[in-house]
Design a protein. Sequence first.
Length: 449
Amino acid sequence: MYLDFLIDRFKQVENKTAFIYEDRAVSYKDLLIKIEEFQYFLTEHNISGTVLAIDSNNSPEAIAMLLASIESINISIPFSSTFSNKKDNYFKLAGTKQAIEFDENTPKIVDYNYSSNSEHYVYLLEKKLPGLVLFSSGTSGKSKGIVHNLSALLEKYQRVGKDYITLSFMNYDHIGGFDTILYSLSNQSTLVFQNDRSPKSVCETIEKHKIEVLPVTPTFLNLLLLSEMHNSYDLSSLKYITYGAEPMPEFLLKKCTEIFPNVRFLQKFGTSETGTLQSKSKADDSLWFKIGGEGFDIRIVDGILQIKAKSAMLGYLNAPHPFTEDGWYITGDKVETDGEYIRILGRDSEIINVGGEKVFPAEVENVILELDEIEDVLIYGENSPIMGNIVVADVVLAKEDLKKSEAKKLIKKHCSGKLEQFKIPVKINISSQTQYTDRFKKIRSNKHD
């Protein structure tokens, strides 16, 4: 019903490879058979019009079950190991009735019997519409349960795009991962699942399967360059590296474009609340880009990006409605504009207020990363009785023989020539590594809140 357009496209290329998973190739014909098999499984167990979790990392079976669940008009919850330590809390929040787990690729049902009185669920079930529940990463606050009308979210995939061999880096429980999978399937492309996200493993996969599109985060790109694994493998098949989910340091982007001169770099933008927008970078090494596309409008109000989308979520399970009265979603992203192009400065919630002056963590991080002696850095705020907040830097040194006292002097001296005084870190902590989530996003401290 809701996937008729996808099923028709699958039938047109039955012999083509849809997925590669642990070196196992799954054709579009195999996928069609698996979807039909799982639809029968759900029907046999009377699982329709309910809240169903698919508890698995990316795999052909997990995606086939998600598609079967959509056709069975369930409210589906893709759930990967990203949140495994909080599974019961999230399943309770989402009102999960049952979950599907896989044992040797065979589905089994686990009963939870939680319930939810969400008005969004009532709407979906009354209208007999498939739903989707995603959980935000919570890198700068509490994770939110996000409810989508899947029939609206699926509309954009009816448009035909380009066919590339793509690496599936993010899990399907992330809006970026979900978008990558649906875009690939809707364009009859080949998607290579990558559950081991170490730089070495990713590079091995790119070389082995001739990956053309690599969708990742800036944090992963930094780890890749630091590992120098790109020098040990043939990555010449790459045509595009797309990045998003967090601010990209300008210094890192320029470094990446120098190392991969034959690869196009494209900044992507989307939110769990609205879906992923079409985007176009001003240049490969530029952080200026324009976003929009059919079904999306944008506007800037008081320096904050707002989006109106046909695919916008119905609402949260555990947070206030974030839309304006006229239907615009307030992203919380502070931006600058240059004609039709925008540049994201950072999340409004992450701005550090130092004596009334605003500090964007990404700006300070970019300056410190210019130093060869610094491997990585994380900037955040810490409460101060005098200034309200002070800027704090957690830095990872690239040179083990560099003394901590010398590193701190070096950082302050470098910053003093490039940043205003109030932006220079007052406290510098030497760390073994910066913290990032399983989604390869830096964890922003809330000490300044």
